[in-house]
Design a protein around this ligand. Sequence first.
Ligand code: A3D
Length: 317
Amino acid sequence: MATIAQRKVTVVGAGYVGSTCAHLLSMKDLASEIVLIDVVEGRPQGIALDMNQSAAVEDFGGRVIGTNDPKDTAGSDIVIMTAGLPRKPGMSRSDLLETNAKIINTVADYVRHGSPDAHVIVVTNPLDSMVTLMRARTGFPGARVTGMAGVLDSARFSWFIAEATKANVQDVRAMVLGAHGDSMVPVPNYCTVNGVQLKDLVDKAKIEAMATRTKGGGAEIVNLLKTGSAYYAPASSSVAMAKAILNDEKRMLPCACFLNGQYGFEGIYMGVPAILGKDGVERIVEIPLDLDARAQMQKTAGAILADVQLLRDKRLM
Ligand code: A3D
């Protein structure tokens, strides 16, 4: 991994999630060059200029480069892929499949040629099939292509736990596995408030209600916003993953990882706890799951495989 001074991070898509990622990357001084690329002329350039003009006030040293030219992304250490349509009220993430798959393929082609050593963090929905497609199209090793979902879903669960227990959210640790969709798997047995198990703090019905609200966490925000979907917490979660890789932090974060037999699955992406460091996914952590959670993991795998099969049927993968 390059030193801080030489780091280059590309954010693909200068929409809500992408521009918030670029802002966080610059404010946290995570890269000397942050390339923000979009197909809309002027948008990434305007956002970059605006952000660079905040540098003197916020005291950060990196430079944001707005562009429409894929050549400017060459030599990136990390690519955060946020380009693609977001959901509208009433839409499922899978409704975005075909349109966003075409965008993933376009971007994968220039990342493969221009940034062959990059780590790619996919955010575009439907997440699990889009990260599968990104890995297949780039041909990168699974350890270098991950999907952002578990960090966000766990952060949502953490917030609901903090509210229910009246604890500081900084003391909450929550875990959500599986697909990023209605079949995601919140795992209350692995949720604690400063080491105290969730089941010792709130009753079962409340835990179930929070798990259900977490599963619908994205839709709740889509319905409130009416246009577009969540972006502050998704961007924070994506940048946390990028930071763990750039700084070799060895953080254990739940994210969509390429499974090679772990949890009984082979050759598919699924949200699981992983140690992230300079080599990307350095270890997939297998935690014992109860019967119910295991059944839910099977169901979630079915949902992911159905989307991947659709991509194959439509010859997009
Ligand atoms: P939005 O604000 O519409 O931004 C998307 C941007 O992508 C737009 O500026 C487009 O012009 C741009 N774009 C389209 N095609 C290309 C291309 N080929 N190259 C570069 N840029 C392109 O959406 P958003 O930022 O709110 O969301 C972006 C994606 O992230 C959507 O697919 C969302 O569903 C997804 N998302 C995922 C999560 C997860 O937790 C996984 C959370 C939030 C959003």
